[in-house]
Design a protein around this ligand. Structure first.
Ligand SMILES: Cc1cc2nc3c(=O)[nH]c(=O)nc-3n(C[C@H](O)[C@H](O)[C@H](O)COP(=O)(O)O)c2cc1C
Length: 210
């Protein structure tokens, strides 16, 4: 099994990276392969709502950049971790550009991420952690993913790169998340064939006025 983790920070080895790494180290200990993809330093534009992905349904965004590779990485993985630093009480802009495009493509192509494990982690100096955690969780919830949890919200505190490793409680949160994610992934894997997956329903798409 494999987990792909996306680091939405501009810092390659900043606090978001450490949050992810604390969790992926535990996954590796449980025999699960991991890969960390650096999103936050790339030039990724936002979704233009052009509808190309919904019309073509070829698992691609019309903009031919790294996002299309990352969509395939998510498709191939059994679990996904979304990591972002807090920027102005919200996720980092590049991460949002990536997630809006990738999850829209996944959604219009028959729920590409359905029943994969998905978790979010956040790095923050002081405030905005829970808001950012909720933003990231929205993508996971929307996609019928299975969400492992920890013993608190998955937020670690620090300012300069590496400082978050001094946050003892945050370190534990990420470690416990990694252990629980490995366990949940094994449950899903071992349940295949033994427990029937619910059939996917066609999505009812109303806009409240008709
Ligand atoms: C543009 C920008 C905005 C930020 N906004 C906030 C904020 O709203 N609240 C906060 O507590 N920290 C804020 N920070 C600090 C980062 O969240 C913090 O340093 C975090 O640990 C960085 O993680 P990283 O090393 O993975 O980039 C901001 C940092 C930047 C660069």
């Amino acid at each position: 099994m494999k987990v792909v983790a996306f680091n939405g920070s501009p810092h390659q080895e900043g606090n978001t990276y450490h949050a992810i790494k604390l969790a992926t180290d535990e996954l590796e200990k449980e025999g699960i392969e991991t890969e960390i993809v650096h999103v936050g330093n790339k030039k990724i534009r936002g979704c233009t709502a052009c509808g190309y992905c919904a019309k073509e349904r070829n698992e691609r965004c019309v903009f031919d950049d790294e996002v299309n590779e990352w969509i395939q990485k998510m498709k191939e993985a059994d679990g996904i971790i979304l990591g972002s630093p807090v920027h102005y009480a919200a996720m980092a802009g590049t991460m949002k550009s990536f997630l809006d495009r990738a999850f829209f493509v996944a959604s219009v192509n028959g729920g590409m991420l359905r029943h994969k494990a998905g978790a979010a982690v956040v790095a923050v100096r002081r405030s905005g952690g829970v808001a950012t955690f909720s933003q990231l969780n929205n993508y996971i919830n929307y996609s019928e993913m299975v969400m492992p949890t920890s013993n608190y919200w998955n937020i670690i505190h620090g300012m300069n790169p590496g400082e978050a490793l001094q946050d003892g409680e945050g370190v534990q949160i990420m470690r416990v998340l990694g252990k629980n994610m490995a366990w949940v992934m094994k449950l899903v894997e071992n349940g295949k064939g033994a427990v029937n997956e619910p059939e996917a329903e066609d999505k009812i798409f109303t806009n409240f006025v008709r």
